[in-house]
Design a protein around this ligand. Structure first.
Ligand code: NAG
Ligand code: NAG
Ligand code: NAG
Length: 551
C-alpha cells in the first residue's frame, strides 16, 4: 500500500481496492458496465497521487475544518472560512442529519478534521488571484486528521476541492455515511496558469445569479479566470459611473438588464473567494454598435455614395474625441476591475464602413496608409494600447491585433481563436515573443450530436512546432461560450460538463489522455456537479444517485 502511483496505474489500484459498489454505476458506449471506483471520481486529475485501499468515515457532527498550528492563515482569513463553509455543505449535503451513528466502523477509522496549513508567510487572504498565483497544494488523508498544505490560499482552495472529491456515499446505507479513502495527493499544481471560461453578457443579458452559479462550477473544475465578454454590438450592460448613457441607452433595458457597480463588485468578490480572476473584455473598435447609442460621435458614420447612410461602423479612429473618451473610460475600468489585465478585443473589424467614409479616406491619405485599412485599425489599437498602458494595466487582445502587426508590449497576451492555421499562428505569436492563450479548439457555443467533450479533451496545446522557450509562452486557454444562442435558460447545461473536458486538459499532466478513463471520472464528476445544484448535462445514458431537481 502507499506506493507512488501515477495516473496510469490509478485504475489498477482502484480496481484492486474496490468494494462491492452498486450505485452510481456507469456504462460504456456499448452498454457494458464499467468498474466504478472512488479513486476515479477526481476531476481534473491531480498531477500525482498516492493511494491506499483503506477507507475512512466522516461524520457531519464531528468533522471540522481547522487552521493548522503555524499556518499563516487563521480564522480571520475570509477566503478560507468561506471555503470551509462551502465544502462542508458539499461534503455533507445529503447527510446533514447525521444518521451514521449505527454504522460507525471500529474506532480509529474516522477522519475528524482537515487541518489546513498555509506554509508561506503571506497567505494572500486579502489579495486577488493573479497570473502568477501559486495554486499548488499537497494533501494527505489519514485519521484522525487529514492535512492540506499550500503555500498560498489559492492552492488551499484547489486542495479543498480535491478533498471534497474524495468523499463519497458508501453502498450500504443511502444517506448514512460519507467515507474518504486514504488518498494522498503529492504536490498538485496546474499545468497551465491561465485556465479560463468566457461568458458573453451582451448577445443575451445574463442575470447575476447565473454568472455566480457558473463561477461556482468553475471552482469545482479548478478554473481560475472568468473572461467576461461584457459588451458587444447587441447590448452594453455595464453601468459606467463616468459614462452612464452607455448602459442607459445601449443596454437591452436600462434598469433590469444592466450590471451596476455593486453587481460588478459582487462578481469580483465572489470570484476572488474561489481563486478566480475576473478579466473584463471591452471589445473595440469592431463589435461596438451598442456603444454608439450612449456616446455621440464614437462610431464611424457610413456613407452611401456621398451622403451619410444613417448607419454606423466601427469606432471612429480619426477623431481626437474618440481617444479622450477611451482614456476616461479605461481609467474607470482600471479601477473597477482589480486584475492586472484587461481584454481589449480587437477582433473581426469590418472595413466596409470605413471605406465608405470620405473623411476616413482623407485621413488614410494623410497618414500614407494607402488602401490598407488594417493599418488604420493598427493606428487605433496602438493609441488605445498606449492609453491602457498608462493605467498600469496589461492587456489581452484577440489574434487579429498581432496579425495586423500592431506593436505590442511584451506583457501582452494574444488570444488565438481561429482554427485555420492554428499551429502556425501559435508558432508565429510565440516566435515573436508574446505570451498566448488558446481558445480556437474550445468554442463551446458550437454544438453537435454526441459526445463532443471528447474533441475538446483530445486537444494538446503544445503540438505546434517551436522551441521549448516558445512553448513556455503558451500560458493556457479558455473555453468560450458565445451568447448568440445562449441565455440563462440554457447556459449552464451547455457549458458543463463540456467545459470540464477543457479544465482537465489545462490542469492535468500532458500524459492524461485516456478517453475511457476520463469518461468514467467525468460521469461521476458531472453527477457531483448535479448534486451540488449545477444542472450539468449528461454525457450519455445512465443516472445519478441524486438527480437534478432544481426546476
Ligand atoms: C494512509 O496513508 C499514509 C500515507 O501513505 C500512510 O502513512 C498511512 O499508514 C495510511 N493509513 C492507513 C490507515 O493505511
Ligand atoms: C488632435 O490632436 C492632435 C494632437 O494632440 C492635434 O495636433 C490636432 O490638431 C487635433 N485635431 C483636432 C481636430 O483637434
Ligand atoms: C506566420 O508568419 C509567416 C511569416 O511571417 C507568414 O507568412 C504566415 O502567413 C503567418 N501565419 C499565420 C497563420 O498568420
Amino acid at each position: 500500500m502507499g506506493a507512488l502511483l501515477k495516473f496510469g496505474a490509478l485504475l489498477l489500484a482502484a480496481v484492486a481496492a474496490c468494494v462491492a459498489w452498486e450505485d452510481g454505476d456507469v456504462w460504456d458506449y456499448d452498454g457494458h458496465k464499467l468498474k466504478d471506483s472512488d479513486f476515479l471520481a477526481l476531476w481534473p486529475l491531480p498531477q500525482k497521487v498516492q493511494s491506499s485501499a483503506v477507507s475512512f468515515q466522516l461524520s457531519a457532527s464531528r468533522f471540522q475544518f481547522t487552521h493548522a498550528e503555524g499556518s499563516s492563515a487563521g480564522s480571520d482569513c475570509s477566503i478560507l472560512q468561506n471555503a470551509f463553509r462551502r465544502y462542508f455543505d458539499y461534503i455533507f449535503g445529503f447527510t446533514k442529519k447525521d444518521r451514521d451513528q449505527r454504522r460507525r466502523n471500529a474506532a480509529g477509522s474516522e477522519v475528524l478534521e482537515l487541518q489546513v496549513a498555509i506554509t508561506s508567510p503571506d497567505a494572500e487572504c486579502d489579495g486577488f488571484p493573479s497570473l502568477t498565483s501559486d495554486e499548488s497544494y499537497e494533501l494527505s488523508v489519514d485519521q484522525p486528521s487529514a492535512v492540506l498544505k499550500a503555500p498560498k490560499v489559492w492552492g488551499a482552495l484547489r486542495g479543498l476541492e480535491t478533498f471534497s472529491q474524495l468523499v463519497y456515499e458508501d453502498a450500504y446505507d443511502v444517506i448514512a455515511m460519507t467515507n474518504v479513502l486514504n488518498f494522498s495527493v503529492f504536490p498538485d499544481f496546474p499545468r497551465f496558469a491561465h485556465r479560463g471560461v468566457l461568458l458573453d453578457s451582451s448577445r443575451h443579458y445574463l442575470p447575476l445569479k447565473v454568472i455566480l452559479a457558473n463561477l461556482e462550477a468553475m471552482a469545482m473544475n479548478k478554473y481560475n479566470v472568468f473572461h467576461w465578454h461584457i459588451s458587444d454590438d447587441q447590448s452594453f450592460p455595464y453601468v459606467s459611473r463616468m459614462f452612464p448613457d452607455l448602459s442607459q441607452k445601449g443596454s437591452y433595458h436600462p434598469y433590469t438588464h444592466v450590471y451596476t457597480p455593486a453587481d460588478v463588485k459582487m462578481v469580483i468578490e465572489f470570484a476572488r473567494m474561489r481563486g478566480i480572476r475576473v478579466i473584463a473584455e471591452f471589445d473595440t473598435p469592431g463589435h461596438t454598435q451598442s456603444w454608439g447609442f450612449g456616446q455621440k460621435d464614437l462610431l464611424t458614420p457610413c456613407y452611401t455614395g456621398s451622403s451619410p447612410s444613417g448607419t454606423y461602423g466601427p469606432v471612429n479612429p480619426i477623431l481626437n474625441t474618440t481617444y479622450d473618451f477611451m482614456a476616461g473610460f479605461f481609467k474607470e475600468i482600471s479601477t473597477v476591475f482589480p486584475d492586472a489585465y484587461v481584454h481589449l478585443g480587437g477582433d473581426e473589424v469590418d472595413f466596409s464602413c470605413w471605406k465608405s467614409n470620405p473623411d476616413i479616406q482623407k485621413f488614410m491619405d494623410q497618414q500614407g496608409f494607402g488602401k490598407d485599412y488594417s493599418k488604420l485599425e493598427s493606428f487605433y489599437i496602438q493609441r488605445l494600447l498606449d492609453i491602457v498602458s498608462s493605467t498600469d494595466k496589461g492587456y489581452m487582445v484577440w489574434q487579429e491585433v498581432f496579425d495586423n502587426g500592431v506593436k505590442l508590449n511584451q506583457k501582452t497576451v494574444v488570444e488565438v481563436w481561429k482554427s485555420s492555421e492554428l499551429e502556425e499562428e501559435l508558432y508565429n505569436v510565440t516566435g515573436a515573443g508574446y505570451t498566448t492563450i488558446l481558445s480556437a479548439p474550445w468554442y463551446l457555443d458550437y454544438i453537435s450530436y454526441g459526445q463532443d467533450w471528447q474533441n475538446y479533451y483530445k486537444v494538446e496545446p503544445l503540438t505546434f512546432k517551436g522551441t521549448d522557450a516558445q512553448k513556455k509562452l503558451v500560458i493556457g486557454g479558455e473555453a468560450c461560450l458565445w451568447g448568440e444562442y445562449v441565455d440563462a435558460s440554457n447556459l449552464t447545461p451547455r457549458l458543463w460538463p463540456r467545459a470540464s473536458a477543457v479544465a482537465e486538459r489545462l490542469w492535468s499532466d500532458q500524459g492524461v489522455r485516456d478517453i475511457s478513463d476520463a469518461y468514467v471520472r467525468l460521469v461521476q464528476h458531472r453527477c457531483r456537479m448535479v448534486e451540488r445544484g449545477i444542472p450539468a448535462e449528461p454525457l450519455f445514458t445512465g443516472y445519478c444517485r441524486h438527480e437534478y431537481s432544481g426546476v
